[in-house]
Design a protein around this ligand. Structure first.
Ligand SMILES: [Zn+2]
Length: 397
């Protein structure tokens, strides 16, 4: 399947789009050549660009939002995410005290310095808060005492602690001074995303005009009851230039809503996991520092122990989301994969992404299509094999 020496390796697999056999040569962590091969003998896995998750609060018991967080914890989460085909992700820090946010940023950055694997995996940091709505429902689980109006100096302090690696900020444009803050963020290259918001149509239009480019998990963190129209969901859907992320775990949004989002924004919608640190853990009863006691069901749903109708966040990986969307027929397997790989990169880079292009970082996944959906065979990040299914099976023997 692949061979490697120090800085050179190659992969052979079926292009996930066409099913045609391709040979991909990798040198110094980058794609160096792509050659179409004639129909080969034997079974080959599919080959696709690595998954990119713009919103990850934690994984496998590692919570980026709970102190103490160690650099080695971040490394462990990176390794576990590789098993799920995630080559790039955005650790997401939610509303907290300024000091706690700074501290978490510093740990993540220290992990980037200590582990090349972490440095390669972290596409940027997503700051979700604290400049969010104070309103119940829109605010979600963010602490009402700690949400506050946009503060550029404070943001600069965090950006300094993050060594410039905050690349996405979710905020609500209902605060006074939002437009100026959004313009400054945009000019500094940070993607501003509208979320956890109770903004008026005018405020949403103002945010877009000021440079906001994304909506965060549209349809979630919303009031249970909304006026039929206008409301902030319609307004964001109707803003043509606004990209949107949706949580594709199969529990957070009804199929009808997802279907509409994919129809209205076929080219600018993105799947995210928004997973909590319960993702990757076995089913059972757990305690959450934000929500109290929670239950992770055998079906993969995470809910409050005392109110099982209420979700307590997501406990599934981005790969699960791809399988859900394709499995329910809401997207073709190729479109589902693209919305979890190429599309987030297109948003960040500002131009359509061509998979397997020469010169791109070799962030690739080999997978098999099984009855249960896509299963990861191998994950390659920056030209290094960071997960190998066969090897892990042998290790377990
Ligand atoms: Zn959120």
């Amino acid at each position: 399947m692949n061979q490697s020496n120090d800085n050179h390796m190659y992969l052979e697999g079926l292009d996930y789009r066409s099913g045609k056999l391709v040979h991909i040569g990798i040198r110094d962590g980058k794609i160096a050549e792509v050659i179409q091969l004639p129909e080969g003998k034997g079974k080959h896995p599919f080959i696709a660009p690595g998954l990119v998750d713009l919103q990850v609060n934690g994984y496998g018991g590692v919570d980026f939002n709970t102190a103490p967080l160690l650099a080695s914890d971040v490394y462990r989460a990176v390794q576990l995410l590789a098993e799920q085909g995630v080559t790039t992700f955005f650790p997401t820090l939610i509303t907290n005290t300024p000091e706690a946010i700074s501290e978490a940023l510093k740990v993540i950055i220290s992990a980037c310095h200590a582990y090349p694997e972490v440095n390669d995996a972290i596409g940027g940091i997503h700051l979700e808060g604290p400049f969010l709505s104070k309103e119940e429902g829109a605010r979600g689980a963010h602490d009402p005492e700690l949400v506050r109006k946009p503060d550029w100096d404070l943001f600069l302090r965090w950006q300094e602690a993050a060594e410039g690696r905050i690349k996405i900020i979710t905020l609500s444009p209902e605060w006074e001074g939002s437009e100026e803050f959004i313009t400054r963020c945009s000019e500094s290259g940070v993607v501003v995303s509208v979320g956890h918001t109770a903004a008026t149509p005018e405020q949403i239009a103002g945010a877009v005009a000021a440079g906001a480019r994304l909506s965060t998990h549209l349809g979630n963190a919303a009031h249970l009851m909304l006026p039929r129209h206008p409301n902030y969901i319609w307004e964001q859907l109707a803003q043509d230039t606004l990209w949107t992320t949706v949580i594709g775990d199969g529990f957070h949004l009804p199929e009808s809503f997802l279907k509409v989002v994919f129809k209205v924004k076929p080219e600018n919608s993105i799947l995210i996991s928004d997973c909590t640190h319960f993702a990757g853990l076995p089913p059972g009863n757990y305690h959450s520092h934000i929500g109290g006691d929670v239950i992770l069901s055998p079906e993969g749903r995470l809910c409050m122990a005392d109110q099982p109708k209420l979700l307590a966040g997501s406990a599934q990986s981005l790969l699960w989301c791809v399988n859900q969307m394709a499995g329910k027929g809401l997207l073709s397997p190729e479109a589902a994969w693209n919305k979890a790989s190429l599309k987030p990169m297109e948003l960040l880079n500002g131009e359509p992404q061509i998979p397997f292009r020469k010169g791109l970082p070799a962030n690739l996944v080999l997978f098999e299509q099984t009855e249960k959906g896509i299963e990861i065979v191998q994950t390659i990040r920056a030209g290094k094999v960071v997960f190998n299914q066969t090897k892990n099976e042998k290790d377990e023997d």
